[in-house]
Design a protein around this ligand. Structure first.
Ligand code: DAU
Length: 310
């Protein structure tokens, strides 16, 4: 498969900000299909017309899964089942995108990081649904010979991220003159990677990954939530403590940390954005310049959080 011959199809289940995010991509290379991944007929037709599937589709936000878990079971588990069945029927190469959250969390003072050998131990409806989907992929590889790989990535940041997520929420709060809202004591640790580095890792695995293998993707970007918010506030010239500590997330995972040695040594991948603070500054600039993209989703997002004391 070469880049020039590749034809991309994005499947989204509504024309919300996902659809808008695809605007401007080359029309001759990208087709937008509005459909539901749970709809086996739609999925089968699309899979039959293509030589590889990169399965990014997911309900991905923990806070939403704590309010309404049903869609997470449908999209993440039943949707993955539909993709797997279509790939089995058409002998199509599959790369399944997953999350480091399937491994549960690490203690704040634990020197260990997640590896491909870490046992699954998900905490939330979101991460349990993703863990279930990973298990389905492994079973379809072993039982039916589906040509699949899996990647589990750490926290993404960068342009085009929904304002419900931590970094865009805090950036847009500060742009609006509000205070960042930090759960609990703000000591939880996340391992940040720029979304473009996640994508380059996925492309590397699609091209050179060994069938049946799992690869962890991470860029050594561990920061506490207070450190991240402190950087954002500093960027805007505000004091590092100009924030609100709000109601903690139920079951809040303490720390995620990725050891991506396998991906780096076996496939030769390395991140481009190896300086988090620089990537964050560019992300802030993007949100300042794209008010028209995120603004329509901000009010409803803040109302959702306000109802939960967050
Ligand atoms: O680790 C990979 C995962 O990272 C992905 O699989 C998920 O799809 C993605 O949402 C992300 O999960 P998190 O739950 O870690 O991301 P979130 O942006 O929701 O929160 C990051 C941290 O910030 C977490 O400790 C909760 C905290 N937080 C979040 C929000 C939205 C706050 O303190 N305040 C907030 O307003």
């Amino acid at each position: 498969m070469t880049t020039s011959a590749t034809y991309y199809v994005a499947i989204v289940n509504s024309l919300g900000c996902e659809g808008e995010s695809l605007e401007g991509l080359p029309q001759d290379r990208v087709e937008l299909v509005v459909g539901d991944i749970v709809d086996g007929t739609v999925v089968d037709k699309l899979v039959s017309e293509h030589d590889a599937v990169v399965h990014f589709a997911a309900e991905s936000h923990n806070d939403n899964s704590l309010t309404e878990p049903g869609p997470f079971i449908q999209t993440n588990i039943v949707g993955t089942f539909q993709i797997l069945e279509a790939c089995r029927r058409h002998d199509t190469r599959l790369h399944h995108i997953s999350t480091d959250e399937v491994y549960g969390d690490l203690a704040l003072d634990d020197p260990q990081r997640f590896t491909e050998a870490t046992p699954y131990n998900p905490s939330s409806p979101y991460s349990a649904a993703k863990a279930g989907s990973d298990h389905l992929v492994r079973a379809w590889v072993r039982s039916f010979g589906v040509r699949a790989t899996i990647s589990n990535c750490s926290n993404n940041y960068g342009p085009w991220q929904h304002v419900e997520k931590f970094i865009p929420r805090q950036i847009t709060n500060v742009i609006d003159g509000e205070r960042p809202k930090v759960y609990g004591a703000g000591t939880n640790v996340r391992d940040w990677i720029h979304a473009e580095d996640h994508s380059s890792a996925v492309w590397t695995i699609l091209e050179r990954g060994r069938i049946g293998e799992t690869y962890l993707i991470g860029a050594d970007g561990e920061r506490t939530n207070l450190e991240v918010v402190g950087r954002i506030l500093e960027h805007f010239g505000r004091a590092a403590d100009d924030l609100d500590l709000v109601t903690d997330r139920a079951g809040h995972d303490l720390r995620y940390a990725i050891d991506s040695t396998k991906l780096r040594t076996e496939l030769g991948w390395a991140p481009t954005y190896d300086h988090f603070e620089e990537g964050l500054a560019r992300t802030i600039a993007w949100y300042q310049a794209h008010d028209d993209w995120w603004r329509p989703h901000k009010e409803a997002t803040e109302a959702f959080y306000a109802a939960k004391g967050q």
